[in-house]
Design a protein around this ligand. Structure first.
Ligand code: HEM
Ligand code: HEM
Length: 219
């Protein structure tokens, strides 16, 4: 670790991120495999992590909180225009454009899983499939595959953006998401990091909500 490096991402953000990567790709690429129960378990982990990230975005570390990085459309557009000129202002957290990606990825992840809970095929019946009519079930089933593809498109764009930063702008964003440390190019105030017990509390709530949606403790 270089002495000039400063902490940027806390452990909960990093574990959630790499957990989302594994569970999203896991769920996506097991959707046509038998037995589908593998798909179901990846989805359970994905939903738990996505809900946890929402909770952490409300009560977690300063730069993980939505109020501190979601800045709306205009700043995102201005940032994008600068990027097209190969310039980018450094943010000690997410930039305004990345913020839109974070919001879209987390919401789409939650929607995809919720639609999946109503899906059914020969091998797997989602826990809520019996509570809707066959017509609605069919629509939600198609919606499920569609949402998963939209999310995959966003993820591919996300990875392309990370590669653009790495090889065109010479800014390695992957290492900070692994180690939590980054070398600032400009001075930034150090963000406040929330304690790990708060993350454990958030995780317990997200497991409870996911368990209820998967009907583990409703049946
Ligand atoms: C991150 C979460 C998820 C992702 C990325 C995902 C992705 C997908 C995709 C891409 C398909 C379409 C496969 C095809 O082309 O036929 C699919 C189908 C399916 N998924 Fe998911 N899924 C997720 C969560 C869930 C959950 C929570 C359930 C149920 C508990 C579920 C149940 C199903 C079922 C039953 C099908 C088959 C539908 C059919 O045969 O038409 N999925 N999923
Ligand atoms: C191998 C594939 C991936 C790589 C290399 C990657 C890399 C990264 C990096 C470097 C960041 C930090 C960006 C920044 O500094 O602002 C990030 C953030 C993020 N990525 Fe990925 N990503 C991958 C796949 C995914 C997938 C599959 C998802 C979800 C479906 C995802 C969702 C997110 C989210 C939500 C954030 C914001 C982190 C937070 O604040 O919690 N990523 N990703």
């Amino acid at each position: 670790m270089s002495t000039a490096e400063k902490r940027i991402w806390d452990l909960p953000v990093r574990i959630t991120h790499w957990g989302l990567v594994i569970s999203f790709f896991g769920a996506f690429f097991t959707a046509e495999l038998n037995p589908m129960i593998i798909h179901y378990w990846f989805a359970f982990i994905a939903l738990t992590l996505a809900i946890f990230r929402v909770i952490w975005g409300l009560i977690g570390s300063e730069n993980a909180r939505f109020v501190n990085f979601v800045r709306g459309y205009q700043p995102a557009r201005a940032y994008f225009t600068e990027l097209l000129k190969f310039r980018h202002k450094e943010y000690w957290g997410h930039n305004p454009l990345g913020a839109l990606m974070v919001i879209s990825a987390i919401s789409l992840m939650i929607l995809t899983v919720v639609f999946g809970l109503f899906a059914r095929n020969r091998d797997l019946t989602g826990p809520w499939a019996d509570s809707v009519s066959p017509t609605v079930e069919k629509l939600l089933n198609e919606g499920h595959s569609f949402l998963a593809s939209v999310l995959m498109t966003i993820v591919v764009a996300h990875i392309a953006a990370i590669l653009f930063y790495r090889f065109v702008l010479h800014d390695n964003l992957i290492k900070p998401m692994v180690t939590g440390m980054r070398e600032p190019q400009e001075p930034h105030p150090t963000p406040k990091f929330a304690p790990l017990w708060l993350a454990a509390f958030g995780l317990a709530i997200s497991i409870a909500i996911t368990g209820a949606l998967f009907r583990f403790w409703l049946l």
